[in-house]
Ligand binder design. Structure first.
Ligand code: NAP
Length: 323
């Protein structure tokens, strides 16, 4: 334990902090006091943490977190270091993975993080921390969209946009595990990859208009937004459901959905103990696995942001915090 200039005697840890909005260069590896678990919280020693588009969006401009300084990161896979008062479901040494409450619970791009005990589930058996750290935010988004919001059932037809992306490639697997018929969109070189995840049909969005090619889908899962929301309505059967992860509705979306007799839902992912347990169950059943696009040491988080911001990655980017 060291005492810093302010007399704070808490142990120190490395964290990726930003003092201002900007490009990847604003992400600075610095030493900060290690957080303490409060009531109902656990302190987790982070081993790996996924990087998501919301990380680079929050890095670049004001979104949901107000003004920096702050430490980003919602995905966690690691080991429980300490538990706060009232926590009964975890003890030090347990291996856990989870998503910190979105948006205000961010802070996993660091050596330690605290979060509510029930934001976590046991790390699935048979996968390492990099695999587990890639899953929480992206898999929960897909789960909450397809299962909780759309109520996807066996035999239904679902169109998954950006099916090679971080969320999309997990959505394809979750939809298949539910027994759905999956149509994916991706550029042609990625079709084999997505078919390998179980997709039944693929559309090259660069050469084919999905809104013409797909009819009578029960569910469309959109991770692109903008005019994709409106155009996706045309692919739905009456009574079908569009779920979009871009929370700003295209102009006229809800009016157009009503006219077409379909539902249009805009989702923001939520921390979710039950959802994490369902995801762990799918992993342990061999139905769900994250594809790792690349890994970076914690101190090189800026490079992970640069790679992600190309918008072309296949699967997930992950920060390795501890081997
Ligand atoms: N609301 C929420 O709670 C929530 C949660 C998670 C994610 N999101 C949002 O959802 C979006 C996707 O997240 P992500 O993690 O999946 O992103 P990502 O991993 O960065 O997505 C990259 C993928 O998108 C594909 N792509 C890009 N444009 C496409 C298009 N027009 N049609 C089909 N595929 C296209 C790319 O494939 P090609 O190289 O083939 O183009 C690439 O594989 C982001 O905007 C993110 O912020 C929101």
């Amino acid at each position: 334990m060291t005492t810093n200039q302010t007399g704070d005697e808490r142990p120190r840890m490395l964290a990726i902090r930003q003092e201002r909005f900007g490009g990847p260069e604003v992400l600075q590896p610095i030493e900060v006091p290690r957080p303490e678990p409060g009531l109902g919280e656990i302190l987790v020693r982070v081993h790996a943490a996924g990087v998501n588009p919301t990380d680079w969006k929050h890095r670049a401009s004001r979104l949901f977190l107000g003004e920096p300084p702050y430490v980003l990161g919602w995905d966690v896979s690691g080991v429980v270091e300490r538990v706060g008062l009232g926590v009964t479901i975890w003890k030090p040494g347990d291996e856990v993975f989870g998503m910190l409450p979105y948006p205000h619970g961010a802070g996993s791009h660091a050596e330690y993080v605290v979060g509510p005990a029930r934001a976590f589930a046991s790390k699935p058996l048979g996968i390492d921390h990099v695999q587990a750290g890639a899953l929480p935010l992206a898999a929960l988004t897909a789960w909450q969209a397809l299962v909780d919001t759309a109520g996807l059932e066996a035999g239904q037809r679902v169109l998954v946009h950006a099916a090679a992306g971080g969320v999309g490639h997990l959505a394809v697997q979750i939809a298949k595990a539910r027994g759905a018929h999956v149509i994916g969109t991706a550029s042609a070189p990625k079709h084999e990859f997505v078919r390998g995840l179980g997709a039944d049909e693929m559309i090259d969005y660069r050469s084919t208009d999905f809104a013409e090619a797909v009819r009578d889908a029960d569910v469309v899962f959109d991770t692109i937004g903008g005019d994709y929301q409106l155009r996706s309505l045309r692919a739905l059967r009456p009574g079908g459901v569009l779920v979009s992860t871009l929370p700003v509705p295209a102009e006229g979306l809800h009016e157009e959905a009503e006219r077409a007799g379909v539902r249009a839902e805009l989702i923001l992912v939520e921390a979710d103990h039950a959802g994490m347990r369902s995801i762990a169950g799918l992993v342990e059943a061999g139905r769900l696995r994250a594809t790792i696009a690349d890994t970076y040491p914690l101190a090189e988080a800026a490079h992970a942001h640069e790679a992600g911001e190309t918008g072309r990655t296949t699967g997930k980017l992950v920060l390795v915090v501890r081997d």
